[in-house]
Design a protein around this ligand. Structure first.
Ligand code: CU
Length: 279
């Protein structure tokens, strides 16, 4: 129920899609879709050495794990963690979308799972996503978009909570938040300050980005498998841009939703945020 598939027919200007392609240096929405049926059923495959009656597909469970410094995050209003700038911080809310997952196998075939998936750290069912009918085989990489592709990021596309609650103000471009990452940090006065690290497309500019993770050693066998996609939370504040939280979240600049430079900076830092759990 938390997975949607939208028509590729979009009224959004093509230039947005083009911008996304430039930013991510590879296709987001359309490409994956085209490869959706590349990985043909063994029953229909012409290969003589494929046993015709062997089940070709299995279930893949994607576990969305949320770590700080390599350990599972503990949510709370306290500030037990330290970022690269030396700010003590904690996490109270973590909600986000990933979209257009593509599995690439070692034989170069692909299996695409178009659409958006919503994750809320506090809702266990959203952290475990079972994909049925996934071709068996050795994986080479896992690819997805952090946030929503422009084709998916259309006001009104989600009609029910919790996804609809991710709405991004129409006056700021509409669509949905890519992420709500919130908590408290100790500011330069040593006082707890609530930060709301919200990302999304601002004023029609797409800041979603493609993530490609090496999946060498991961095999989808007859009994299926589980693969952990890990979001390393402190990395949002780490290289290439070190975030001193005092600069982004303070009394005169309480949020970053209207800050294009901050959105770009988060997008750049996103390159180091995700890892794939060991097989
Ligand atoms: Cu927001």
């Amino acid at each position: 129920m938390s997975t949607i598939q939208l028509s590729r027919t979009s009224t959004r200007p093509r230039s947005l899609v083009t911008a996304a392609l430039l930013v991510t240096a590879a296709a987001c929405g359309d490409d994956g879709h085209d490869h959706a049926h590349d990985h043909t059923d063994a029953a229909a495959a012409p290969d003589a050495d494929v046993t015709p009656d062997a089940p070709a597909a299995a279930a893949l469970t994607i576990a969305h794990a949320h770590l700080v410094a390599g350990a599972p995050v503990t949510m709370g209003t306290n500030t037990p963690y330290v970022n690269a700038a030396g700010d003590a911080f904690g996490v109270t809310v973590l909600r986000y979308f990933v979209s257009d997952l593509v599995l690439t196998y070692t034989d170069d075939t692909q299996h695409a799972v178009p659409g958006a998936h919503y994750v809320d750290h506090d809702v266990a069912s959203t952290r475990s996503r079972q994909l049925d009918g996934v071709p068996r085989g050795e994986l080479a990489s896992v690819r997805f978009v952090m946030g929503l592709t422009p084709a998916l990021n259309v006001t009104g596309a989600f009609t029910a909570p919790p996804e609809s609650l991710m709405e991004w103000p129409v006056m700021m471009g509409g669509g949905y938040h890519y992420m709500k990452f919130e908590g408290r940090y100790l500011n330069e006065a040593g006082a707890p300050f609530a930060y709301r690290c919200h990302s999304g497309a601002l004023s029609g500019i797409d800041y979603s980005f493609e993530v490609v993770l090496d999946a060498t050693g991961h095999t989808i066998g007859a009994d299926g498998t589980t693969m952990a996609i890990e979001m390393n939370l402190e990395e949002w504040f780490t290289g290439p841009n070190v975030w001193d939280l005092d600069d982004y979240f303070n009394a005169s600049h309480p949020g970053i939703m209207g800050d294009a430079a901050a959105q770009r900076s988060l997008q750049e830092n996103g390159a180091g945020v995700f890892t794939l759990g060991a097989p």
